[in-house]
Design a protein around this ligand. Structure first.
Ligand SMILES: C[S@@+](CC[C@H](N)C(=O)[O-])C[C@H]1O[C@@H](n2cnc3c(N)ncnc32)[C@H](O)[C@@H]1O
Length: 308
């Protein structure tokens, strides 16, 4: 049930270079694939702090990685709040961090989690099921303008306005409760199926990003994520969405700059100095072989930095 094929596994490991005795953070433990590779490469005594917002993911990864015993510490938390977790477990800075953003295949495939238009279930989409906002409350409670913005900005859905209008009209007579209800409604608003993908693909992706405030989480981490690394420590991030990749690219560029003053400033007044070295001038992308074995990998972009 918890099968998830890790994306860019070898490439991420080559960049992180885990070593025995090191301390690492897997901020998106998920199925535990990257975590397992880090634990294996840092044997016999490297430690991994594995975070996930999803309690089911943590439980499954804990089972899979059982053999590593106390070398794996897990916590249900967002990577945006990793500083608090480090304080709690008494760690200061670490040797490496990996974030493999988005959702796992098994989350998508589990009907009761409500992520997919393919498997009928409640409109949920929460990674952390302790949170109150879910897709049902967003779809039935957000204004038509807000829904338009979500579908347009997070899903790049060209018919965002039309779909939001259809939802607003439909929910006047009865609430939209299930993934099937929403998928049918979007299909109706867009006028039928496409050959390459289901017409509700972008709307579902957009709602998932909004429900889980995925860009806010990433922005919070990227505000000063470099400070979690000891000198020589490395951070690798795999993004699947262009908005996420842009945030990562811009943060890494800023962190690597020697000065943040406007170009015309004669004397530096910003007090900034370079925090990292870029390890990937361009993003690393999956090979054709990986994409044909795992089509979910096709939009992945991996970027990495090393703390100075
Ligand atoms: C793509 S999967 C990770 C797969 C994992 N690297 C592997 O190889 O099996 C992403 C995971 O990150 C979790 N996640 C997403 N955003 C998160 C966040 N802000 N903080 C912690 N976990 C998050 C999801 O619940 C999901 O389990």
């Amino acid at each position: 049930m918890f099968a998830h094929v890790s994306v860019l596994l070898r490439e991420a490991l080559d960049l992180l270079k885990p070593e025995p005795g090191g301390r690492y953070i897997d901020g998106t433990l998920g199925g535990g694939g990257h975590g397992e590779a880090i634990l294996t490469a840092s044997a016999p005594d490297g430690l991994v702090l594995g975070l996930d917002r999803d309690d089911q993911a943590l439980a499954a990864a804990g089972q899979r990685l059982h053999e590593f015993g106390a070398r794996l510490i897990t916590r249900q938390a967002s990577f945006a709040d990793v500083r608090e977790v480090l304080d709690e477990i008494g760690w200061d800075r670490v040797d490496g961090i990996i974030l493999d953003l988005g959702v796992s295949s098994w989350q998508i495939d589990a009907p009761e989690r409500g992520f997919s238009f393919r498997s009928g279930g409640p409109l949920d989409m929460r990674m952390d099921r302790r949170q109150t906002l879910d897709a049902r409350s967003l779809v039935n409670g957000a204004s038509e303008e807000e829904l338009t913005r979500i579908f347009r900005d997070y899903g790049e859905e060209p018919q965002a306005r039309r779909i939001a209008a259809r939802i607003a009209a439909e929910r006047k007579s009865r609430p939209i409760e299930t993934t099937d209800d929403l998928a049918r409604l979007v299909e109706g608003a867009k006028g039928g199926r496409r050959r390459d993908h289901h017409p509700a693909t972008q709307v579902f992706q957009a709602l998932r990003i909004a429900v889980n405030r995925e860009l806010d989480q990433l922005e919070k981490f990227l505000a000063d994520g470099f400070a979690l690394l000891r000198p020589g420590g490395r951070l690798a991030i795999i993004a699947f969405h262009s908005l996420e990749d842009r945030l990562v690219k811009n943060a890494f560029r800023k962190w690597s700059r020697a000065c943040l003053c406007p170009p015309r400033a004669l004397v530096c007044q910003c007090g900034w100095s370079a925090k990292v070295k870029l390890l990937t001038k361009r993003p690393v992308v999956p090979s054709d072989t990986e994409i044909s074995a795992n089509p979910r990998a096709r939009s992945a972009k991996l970027r990495a930095v090393e703390r100075l």
